[in-house]
Design a protein around this ligand. Sequence first.
Ligand code: HEM
Length: 587
Amino acid sequence: MISVLLTCWVFLALGTTWTAYSSYCLYCNYVEARKIGVPLRIIPIDHLNKLWLLLDKQVISLVRRLPWVLGRNNFTRFNYRGWHEHDALRAHDEMGEAFVLVTPSHNWLHLADPDAVINMYRRGKDFPRWVKITKFRVHFTYKFIGVQLEMLDVFGGPNIATSKTNGVADPSDRLPCNGIVWSEAISLGDEMACYWAAKGTFTSVGEDAQTLSLHVLSKACFGQSFAFEGHDERQQTSVSASFRFSLLTIMENSLLILALGPGFFMNPWLPLPSTWRDLGQACAKFKKHMAYLYNQKLNVLAEGQLGGDSTLMASLIRASQKKGESKGLTEEEIYGTMFVVSFAGHDTTAHLVTYAIFFLAANPSVQDWIADELRRVLGNRPRQDWDYHTDFPRLKRCLATLYETLRVKTPVAEVKWAERSAQSLDVGGKTLVIPPGTLIVPSYLYVHKHPRFWGQDAQEWRPERWIEKSTNGKSRQRDDEPGQQSDDGDYDSHEVLLPPPSRGNYLGWSEGARDCPAKKFSQVEWVAILAALFRDWEVQPSRLENETSAQARTRVLDFIEKDSDYGGLLLQLMHPERLPLAWSKRC
Ligand code: HEM
């Protein structure tokens, strides 16, 4: 009895101390936030609190059932991952172009003024990336595959994502020639189309898109080519499985790993369920696979044969051999960079491809529009003859489909911060002084989807908005805009890709010094996949009994909105398998 009372007392004391400390921190942050002079909303738990990450949605959905203000308040509105997807434009419409969410750990300044956002990106030194969130995204998985290191610098040294500059192991100029990405994505896309055709009705688009993007990365990073394996064909014992399956397992369980720590799953003494044991094994396998490939390439280098190898791993190994002042990369930095690239390049592409297939299923006229372009550019040529240099620049409608999908469903949210000193920033005609330590989140959803920037159809997925008929090859295109395809010298179709309303209105690949180093990679991969899928095939929703095609399409669009959420750390369709699609030959 005494021991029960003692335990209760200890828990009560700990709970009270934690609450008192949290309230004190919240008060201090509130005092700081008031100095900025914009509307504030106070929420009791930071979005990145590790325990909260696991429980937020469940707790919020319970609290929402309470009556009146108990169930509808700032806590239930703002205090969970992905709140902005559901709140849409409301928060900024109510509070203006800037407001702060005050939490016990951080002040989060949300910014919806495109000029201010772009200004912030340009002032990279004043507003560096908040590296902790990148470490936060990747450290838990590095830790598995890296050597024994402390929690945040998991590979013992800087790498592309956790370094403050882009200079460490920067893969942007080391990613392989886009021609490899092009041909690999076409061939895998073709195999995926045949797999879906054999099934007729399929539900595996999410998983198949993940397999495809992982196989493209495998070729680009490691030089390993794997045939496409559809969801029902996957063999966990195949050669590709050690890389692909382990990375998938790690990513699917990223939140769990983050909350409990990697060591937990690898501890042989704990009586863990078999799925958790598998997680530990996945990490060990991934590391083993990378070490194997690393040593294999080192041997090839020793024989003087690595020269023609344009994979990322080969290129990093060559860089590791540098002598003299600029020291080469260490083995850990190579593993770190290889992992970040695999991690960063995998889910982004896969989630966007999944979204696009559903949007296209709901929009047959856009499929026809893309197929027209594909037939005009590629004719009846077999896919082996599709050429990166001549065909890719002409497939503007396909690229427009990526821009539009990324506009309405931006998967990656970036966070900057005023690191050491207060910074001033002009927002909506007013100069804000932002205290050090404030985190700044560009409000993607607002700048990407507000009618005042994008017109009345801003909320709609409409790739045609990116294309304009050119007069004599001229358009309102500017050189440095996302709409630009720099190597496009082809105006035979009299169509050009348009820029967004302003640079600050399009942040899908980020901007400034720390934008996505694989922007072109992802564009080439995307266009190749779309070409392989939609020149000869079409997709539509599998119809319910007595459902008209218009009703089926509305059902898909509703599904996209309701099923979108932050499953892990990226925006995605949570259950694409719940809406069967039909795949057939285009007439
Ligand atoms: C359409 C698909 C993609 C989108 C929308 C996208 C978007 C982004 C964004 C917004 C960032 C900055 C994130 C941050 O600062 O936290 C980023 C960084 C990064 N991305 Fe991508 N990405 C895509 C595809 C890829 C692919 C295919 C790869 C690899 C082949 C890749 C590799 C990376 C890397 C290594 C970084 C970290 C760069 C750094 O730390 O400086 N991305 N990406």
